[in-house]
Each structure stands twice: as C-alpha cells, then as structure tokens.
Write a protein that binds this ligand. Structure first.
Ligand code: CDP
Length: 224
C-alpha cells in the first residue's frame, strides 16, 4: 500500500503560499489544495445570496447542499459556477476573514479538506493546516514575510490579474485579515509547535520551493 504524504504550508495573508505550494505539489506529483479558495468561495456565495458576511446566523444558511470543487487547472467551482476570478476581488478579500471566523463554516470546510487529504498525497496551504486540519502532517512549514513585502507581492499579482487596487488598500487588507485570522477563537492562524518557520522576505519563489523540497526530502525521504 502506498503512503499518502501530507505537506502543510501555513502563514499570514499574501505570504506567497499558494504560488509555492502549487510548485511544490507539481514537483512531487502531489495534489495541491488551496483551502483559502474554499473560504473565499463560501464568502462569495454569502454575498451573492444578499446575506451579511458578518452575520453568522445568516451566513451559515448557504452551507446545506453547497459544493466546492478545486479542479486540476486551478478553476474553483462553487455550486457548479466558475468563481475562480471573482473570489480574488477586493469585495471577497475584505469579507473572507469574517466568514472564516465562523465555527460551523470552518467545521464544514475542514471535513472536506480532510477527506481530500485522505485519498492522496497533498500539499495543502492555509492558516490552520498544521495546527488543526492535518496535525499529523509529515511536513509543516510556516511561511512568513514582512507586511511590506507581502503587500507588494499581492499588489503585483492583482495588477497581473487586472484586479484594480491601490497599494494602500492592499496593505490595509493584509493587516486586517492577519489580525482577524490570528485573533479568532476557533483554529486561529498560529505556527504549529513542530512547524519549520521560513522567512521568505528576501527569497525568490525558486529558492522557497527548493528549500521546502529539501525539507520534504529530509523528513520523508521523498525526492522531487
Ligand atoms: O492568498 P491569501 O494569503 O491572501 O489568502 P487565502 O489563503 O486565499 O485565504 C483567504 C482567507 O481565508 C484568509 O485570510 C483566512 O481568513 C481564511 N482562511 C482560513 O481561515 N483558514 C485557512 N485554512 C485558509 C484560509
């Protein structure tokens, strides 16, 4: 029987986790699971239904029967609708941390995430993967970078994707989400005791990917 390995990459907003996680997954031929996209999809569904994303009683009504599919080509489907682009807009980014602080929503998404990780080897990125979703992950990375550096990365990404934002708005969004994500009661953003911290402020994407692949090899013996 082959082993299913779990690689958890956590860290604050816009630390470059998804870009790196995607490349690490590709190098190892594992499945990449973007848990942030799942919280973003629920946020979009709440807003689309005309509900208040700061109101838990209202927001949780979108859960029954809801489907979220993360496709191989990074397309995100929510109830069959392609939401890949809309979940990255400032409206969704500005509200996602309220939704992510709601316990019933986290429990529903964590169930889906654990089910996905049970079936195959995964690289999963998020906030609580090493501490809560996959506490037995063979490799846990806590990826950090300065606020300025993260905001610059997200700003450049937005420009590339044609999402209109200003640098000030991005800094504000990153700081606000970090605060809410690390202060919520249930499964907050926190470095797991056994996670390896990686400050990527002065590293290129390739350097971060190589560093993680090296850690994977040391911990599991799996070579990319
Ligand atoms: O890509 P970025 O770092 O900007 O964010 P993301 O990974 O897409 O996550 C968006 C938001 O979802 C975060 O700010 C958290 O509020 C929430 N999230 C979470 O609470 N737990 C996770 N495992 C993943 C995301």
């Amino acid at each position: 029987m082959s082993v299913n390995y779990k690689i958890a990459i956590d860290g604050p907003a816009a630390a470059g986790k998804s870009t790196v996680a995607k490349r690490v997954a590709k190098a190892l031929n594992y499945t990449y699971i973007d848990t942030g996209a799942m919280y973003r999809a629920v946020t979009y569904a709440v807003i689309k239904a005309g509900l208040d994303p700061q109101n838990e009683e209202q927001s949780i009504t979108v859960l029954p029967g809801m489907s979220i599919d993360l496709l191989e080509d990074d397309t995100v489907l929510c109830n069959g609708e392609d939401v890949t682009a809309v979940i990255r807009t400032p409206l969704v980014s500005g509200n996602v941390s309220y939704i992510a602080a709601m316990k019933p929503i986290r429990l529903a998404l964590v169930d889906m995430q654990r089910e996905l990780a049970n079936k195959r080897s995964v690289v999963m990125d998020g906030r609580d993967i090493g501490t809560y979703v996959l506490p037995n992950a063979e490799v846990k990375i806590f990826q950090i970078a300065s606020v300025e550096c993260r905001a610059k990365r997200r700003y450049d990404e937005n420009v590339l994707k044609g999402i209109p934002t200003s640098m000030e708005d991005v800094i504000e969004d990153v700081k606000k989400r970090d605060y809410i994500d690390s202060h919520r009661d249930f499964a907050p953003l926190r470095q797991a005791d056994d996670a390896i911290p990686l400050d990527t402020s002065d590293m290129t994407i390739e350097e971060v990917v190589d560093a993680i692949l090296k850690i994977v090899e040391e911990k599991t013996g799996v070579k990319a």
